[in-house]
Write a protein that binds this ligand. Structure first.
Ligand SMILES: Cc1cc2nc3c(=O)[nH]c(=O)nc-3n(C[C@H](O)[C@H](O)[C@H](O)COP(=O)(O)OP(=O)(O)OC[C@H]3O[C@@H](n4cnc5c(N)ncnc54)[C@H](O)[C@@H]3O)c2cc1C
Ligand code: SF4
Length: 325
């Protein structure tokens, strides 16, 4: 690990004053410290933000608000989340391990880096880690990589399960910097890799994520997160689906669908939603709609199976929800 300076911020303005290029904020540290040990991330200064008042889970007419420093396990078990937005609780509970969830924060989860093996191996090239050094995954080991939103520069999947659920629910993140405060839709916050895969999101140097807001969606009580992976726990998604369903008398009145494990960012599927809205909740309708999810897919040598897997994941998630209350 490269040497670095460590400070603890006592309030938001102190954190912002210490932030900027060459500085990393430390929340749970479960991504940051890992990557610093591997020398994939090499900040000159680390600012511990754990004393900032960025906690709390609450609800008002603007929706559900979650502080960026809330721990994943606390949010997964919070009554407002389990009752109103089960898809969020399930996405969190299917992430990482209980120990990691006790330590890791909501803001840190949304800002975690990709799990591509080449990104974490400094002996190889990687455009995301070192712009212009190439992408060995395109012709190399790419079983776990993306089929949607890829470019010739990078094919890594976005790793956060929580982000998939939040994108399905149209959540916004609040970003606070020295220049002021802005609220950004999470769907717009994450960037496609294009020619600049090193830019993963629209967070400016020194900005803090302070909270997440999920707009009210009464029918999200019927929602779920289905995650398919090689192991039952402690494993990232090969394919996942976050679905919320407004079902009346067997007809889909409204629906939200986003998928994970297959896209370079959490992937909302408006075409699938349009194909479901107003239709009878039947297997053939679900299958026809789910097929639209992969219309623009660009599979690689080892991940072609994901085009089928993600369609089946969507269909199963919808089918499970028809039978739930
Ligand atoms: C073995 C393992 C398995 C895992 N499995 C999964 C999984 O299945 N699904 C999943 O979703 N995740 C998984 N994770 C990732 C885990 O969820 C993240 O490591 C964790 O959520 C990061 O949170 P943290 O608070 O520890 O962030 P940190 O490590 O402290 O920070 C992560 C990044 O975010 C920045 N940051 C943190 N908070 C803020 C803030 N408020 N404002 C601005 N910048 C900030 C940091 O500077 C850093 O760059 C796994 C991790 C491990 C190690
Ligand atoms: S897929 Fe992205 S993260 Fe992985 S090696 Fe290629 S550029 Fe790097």
């Amino acid at each position: 690990m490269k040497p670095f300076d460590y400070t603890t911020a006592q309030d938001v303005s102190q954190a912002l004053a210490g932030g900027g290029a060459g500085t990393a904020y430390l929340a749970g540290g479960t991504t940051l410290v890992d990557l610093m040990k591997l020398e994939v991330m090499t900040p000159r200064q680390v600012v511990d933000i754990n004393r900032l008042p960025l906690r709390g889970v609450s609800a008002d007419r603007d929706g559900l608000h979650v502080g960026a420093l809330e721990r994943m396990s606390d949010v997964a078990g919070h009554r407002l989340v389990t009752a109103g937005y089960p898809v969020i609780a399930q996405a969190l509970l299917r992430s990482a391990s209980p120990q990691l969830r006790n330590m890791a924060s909501i803001g840190g989860n949304l800002l975690q880096r990709v799990r591509c093996g080449y990104f974490r191996d400094t002996s190889t090239g990687c455009n995301k880690r070192q712009p212009g050094s190439g992408c060995p995954a395109v012709d190399g080991e790419n079983r776990g990589h993306a089929i949607l939103g890829t470019s010739d520069s990078c094919v890594a999947t976005h790793p956060s399960d929580l982000a998939v659920a939040l994108v399905a629910l149209d959540a916004r993140v609040r970003l606070v910097g020295r220049g002021g405060t802005r609220d950004v839709r999470l769907a717009d916050f994450y960037l496609l890799p294009g020619d600049t895969p090193e830019r993963e999101h629209d967070l400016r140097p020194g900005e803090l994520v302070t909270r997440v807001t999920v707009p009210p969606l009464p029918w999200a009580t019927r929602s779920a997160y289905l995650k398919i992976r090689d192991r039952q726990s402690y494993e990232f998604a090969l394919a996942s689906a976050a679905v919320a369903l407004d079902l009346r008398a067997g007809v889909v009145r409204d629906v939200r669908v986003a998928v994970g494990g297959v896209g370079t960012r959490p992937w909302r599927l408006p075409a699938v939603e349009d194909a479901l809205r107003g239709k009878a909740a039947r297997p053939e309708v679900f299958e026809a709609a789910a097929a639209l999810a992969v219309e623009s897919a660009r599979p690689l040598a080892h991940n072609r199976f994901k085009t089928t897997l993600v369609r089946r994941t969507i269909v199963r998630a919808l089918t499970n929800l028809v039978g739930s209350k």
